[in-house]
Design a protein around this ligand. Structure first.
Ligand SMILES: NC(=O)c1ccc[n+]([C@@H]2O[C@H](COP(=O)([O-])OP(=O)(O)OC[C@H]3O[C@@H](n4cnc5c(N)ncnc54)[C@H](O)[C@@H]3O)[C@@H](O)[C@H]2O)c1
Ligand SMILES: Nc1ncnc2c1ncn2[C@@H]1O[C@H](COP(=O)(O)OP(=O)(O)OP(=O)(O)O)[C@@H](O)[C@H]1O
Length: 526
């Protein structure tokens, strides 16, 4: 110590020095990334030191004390900052643990002996499919749907790292939320009033809770323009948005013939991997027409990530996005919030007469448009016995029957004389094809029913079932098709909103009720 420096120890009593030692905060270890390699004097200790009578006070000592006070203040601020950062980190950790626990609850609980990993998950998916929609309601409550309910955490990927899907929240957008029009009660026993339940006809909004990171791009085959756009979009998503990209094996090959640059693009090897796609993909982009949306939906036998359909087809009922400004559209979707349409699907089971019990069925098939039971190549009238929740409905004699979703109401069902229905309306359309009866009008049934269409034993010919216009299956006498609403809808992004997009598609796609307006010839004399 130089002569000019004050001897602080000499100026203070030993007890004072002890008190400073006790009050010092040691932050030499690393906690949550914060490193402090020095001991801090607390401001309180410095205050105490300055207030105590110090013998032999001189100017240097006062200056030194002031400096100490300033240093103590600065250090206190640093300590406060650190404490608040630690609290924030703890809060994030708590949120993470909570979400992890929730996801674990959704993991398959019972693993049968001999079933491991993927097999158990696939089995569980099928079981989930077979369960009632009740599970959805557990989490959704009344005002929102959590993505944990729809999409679970990813499986370990090839690098053995956990792939974490972006989480999002769906909520009802309701203009008159505050008004009396939107009662939550179905029946009020106290006052004896019956009011309507809130159903899915409201606009749904999707808000990302974490950034989407993985996108699956699905494309219509054999189209040069689609191929060019796909190449450009994949490059943009990678370079500008830093996204992981999945494509079909065919598309990966196409991209690699363009350039080895596209080596980063991922795909799948087999059907098992396809079944796990929903755990890896945050978003699906389709490039094509309605058929490509149907194709993309058919890839997901369970939950479906949000789908952004770009129009490169002729009609585009389900493809509201234009390709010219795909960058702006995708920017908006990735940022959110976006309006979405939850398109209901039908779950179809073929039950063979030869099956020993009802459970010995083939794999359930999910359709977004419709299942059709028709006469196929047979020249005989189809003869189909139809039941709704075990009540006899009718016997269809004609070319066949369409069981359609409301999204499919503008497709084959429309051509067969069915009504057009807003896609958010929960219902099943029952539309005959060329019935040989003057009075067979189409029906719309509520969403909760189970329909059974049976080929009677005395039928002259076989019937054929087809699913969204694909995968024909022959139904022999005694075979039946059982159909009910599937628990997993297809969430498609809207350009405007569900209603705006629906009306635009029937105006532009079908020229619905297009008629020249009558001229105004002046008021008529009565
Ligand atoms: N007579 C008919 O109208 C008829 C006959 C067979 C199949 N289809 C429909 O074709 C669908 C399969 O479509 P695809 O593109 O794979 O086959 P596809 O190439 O034969 O196209 C059928 C047409 O139906 C349109 N379409 C599909 N889904 C629609 C929807 N939800 N609303 C309005 N139009 C829609 C498509 O844009 C396309 O123009 C089937 O699900 C069925 O609904 C219609
Ligand atoms: N990724 C795909 N892989 C295999 N087939 C596909 C795929 N995407 C679409 N398809 C099939 O290709 C056909 C045409 O697709 P899509 O309907 O999208 O185009 P489009 O016929 O040009 O459009 P639109 O139906 O509006 O006229 C459909 O039968 C569809 O099932």
């Amino acid at each position: 110590m130089s002569d000019t420096q004050p001897n602080l120890s000499a100026a203070m009593s030993p007890s004072k020095l002890d008190s400073i030692g006790e009050a010092s905060i040691s932050c030499s270890q690393q906690e949550n990334g914060f490193i402090n390699s020095f001991s801090l004097f607390s401001e309180k200790a410095v205050d105490e030191l300055l207030q105590s009578p110090v013998q032999g006070t001189d100017e240097h000592l006062i200056e030194f004390s002031e400096a100490m006070r300033t240093v103590a203040k600065a250090l206190r601020r640093a300590a406060e900052g650190k404490a608040s950062a630690q609290a924030e980190a703890a809060e994030w950790r708590r949120k993470y643990e909570l979400e992890r626990a929730r996801n674990l609850q959704l993991e398959p609980k019972e693993q049968l002996p001999g079933q491991h990993g993927d097999d158990a998950i696939i089995e569980n998916l099928i079981n989930q499919n077979n369960k009632a929609n009740g599970k959805f309601l557990n989490c959704c409550g009344r005002n929102g749907i959590c993505s944990h309910e729809v999409l679970r955490d990813g499986e370990p990927d090839s690098d053995s790292k956990m792939v974490r899907k972006a989480s999002f929240k769906l909520s009802w957008c309701c203009k008159g939320e505050q008004s009396d029009q939107h009662k939550h009660d179905i029946v009020s026993f106290e006052r004896g009033n019956i009011t309507t339940a809130e159903r899915s006809s409201k606009q749904i909004s999707l808000k990302w809770e974490s950034d989407p990171q993985t996108v699956l791009v699905m494309t219509k085959p054999n189209s040069i323009s689609v191929r060019i756009l796909c190449t450009e979009m994949v490059r943009w998503l990678r370079e500008q948005k830093n996204m992981k990209i999945y494509v079909e094996p065919r598309v990966r090959e196409e991209l690699l013939t363009e350039s080895s640059y596209f080596n980063f693009v991922q795909t799948w090897k087999d059907a098992k991997e396809v079944l796990l796609l929903h755990t890896k993909v945050d978003l699906v982009v389709t490039l094509g027409g309605d058929g490509t949306v149907l194709w993309a939906a058919s890839m997901f036998k369970g939950p479906v990530p949000p789908v952004v359909p770009f129009s490169l087809g002729s009609l585009g009922f389900m493809t509201p996005f234009h390709t010219e400004n795909y960058r702006e559209c995708l920017n908006q979707v990735l940022k959110g919030p976006i309006s979405i349409t939850l398109r209901h699907r039908l779950q179809c089971l073929v039950i063979r007469d030869a099956a020993k019990n009802e459970y010995e069925t083939e794999e359930p098939i999910l359709v977004l448009n419709e299942v059709t039971i028709d006469r196929g190549i047979s020249s005989y009238l189809t003869n189909l016995e139809c039941y709704c929740d075990n009540s006899f409905v009718t016997c269809v004699q004609g070319d066949g029957l369409i069981l359609s979703t409301t999204s499919g109401s503008t497709a084959y069902s429309l051509a067969a004389g069915g009504s057009m229905v807003h896609p958010q309306v929960p219902g099943i359309l029952f539309t005959p094809i060329c019935p040989h009866s003057l009075s067979f009008r189409p029906l719309i049934l509520p969403e909760h029913v189970t329909l059974r269409v049976q080929v009677p034993y005395n039928s002259r010919g076989h019937a054929w079932a087809s699913f969204d216009g694909k995968d024909r299956k022959q139904l022999a006498a005694g075979d039946a098709l059982v159909c009910s609403m599937a628990p997993w809808p297809v969430p498609t992004a809207c350009q405007v909103d569900s209603t705006g997009d629906f009306l635009r598609s029937i105006h532009e796609g079908l020229h619905w009720n297009l008629r020249k307006t009558q001229s105004f010839d002046g008021p008529r004399e009565s």
